[in-house]
Design a protein around this ligand. Structure first.
Ligand SMILES: [Zn+2]
Length: 262
């Protein structure tokens, strides 16, 4: 199993969390959502090479607080780290938290620039989208690379359109406690699914920042139950998808809990 999206650099006891994760899952894709955390994330994938992989992105909320020069510098920085990362993400739009029209417009321009960056680097995009699916889908028409909706939060129609376009929908630990998300997994084929925790956020059992990468197993269990398939099928499909989307190489741990479906 692979945690396709989390934020290790926000976790205090990160080394013990990675150690424990190594015992339980196959890999982690950890994302810097703003410049401040980028070097810390890159250092982690260097230290835990073959187990932790880095995504560099810019969450829409910090993005609209940055100056054009800061954004430009960060884009150049991501460009220079091309060989050390597996994805541009998370990037996107958040109309739940960004209400002002001019700021929403600004975030669209930044998102669009970052989609261009991913195309140029030929890296998959991890999208953060909240209450902004119409504009997200429009901007993503320009994407020439794989697209993953992290912690998918759209309607069933949004899910259908994403599937039609061949996007991946990352199922977070929210699935464990949200009946709506649980039911929605029925219409999402396994070939479009990834598993993620968004750790330390979205703890399946509390509202504290206690979520950890191995909790994807609870999401897998919930999906298996809802879709009436074996949990191994969920694990195999989502692991395979993550390896394919992020082109994960030199994986240290695949094989331990990962059996190819016949
Ligand atoms: Zn995230």
């Amino acid at each position: 199993m692979i945690d396709a999206h989390c934020h290790l650099s926000y976790i205090e006891d990160v080394d013990s969390v990675v150690d424990e994760s190594m015992k339980r899952i196959s890999a982690i894709v950890s994302s810097a959502a703003e410049p401040e955390y980028a070097n810390k994330e890159l250092a982690l994938s260097k230290k835990y090479s073959g187990f932790v992989f880095t995504a560099l992105g810019l969450h829409p909320e910090p993005a609209v607080k940055m100056s054009p020069k800061e954004i430009n510098d960060y884009i150049n920085f991501i460009h220079s780290k091309n060989n050390e990362i597996v994805s541009v993400g998370e990037i996107g739009l958040d109309y739940k938290n960004i209400k002002k029209r001019d700021k929403r417009r600004e975030s669209q321009v930044i998102f669009s620039m970052l989609v261009g960056l991913a195309n140029e680097l030929r890296l998959p995009i991890v999208v953060h989208c909240r209450d902004a699916f119409k504009d997200c889908f429009r901007i993503l028409e320009d994407a020439k690379v794989d697209v993953v909706f992290h912690c998918f939060s759209g309607t069933d129609d949004d899910a259908k359109l994403a599937i039609e376009r061949g996007y991946y929908l990352s199922m977070s630990t929210l699935v464990v406690k949200s009946m709506r998300r649980k039911l929605q997994t029925k219409i999402i084929p396994l070939k479009n699914m990834l598993l993620e925790t968004d750790s330390p956020w979205l703890d399946p059992f509390s509202s504290e920042l206690k979520n950890r990468p191995w909790n994807i197993s609870f999401t897998a269990d919930a999906i298996a139950k809802e879709k009436n398939v074996l949990v191994e099928e969920v694990n195999n499909a989502t692991t395979k998808n993550a390896i394919k989307v992020f082109k994960l190489k030199n994986l240290k741990k695949v094989g331990v809990d990962w059996v190819l479906p016949k």
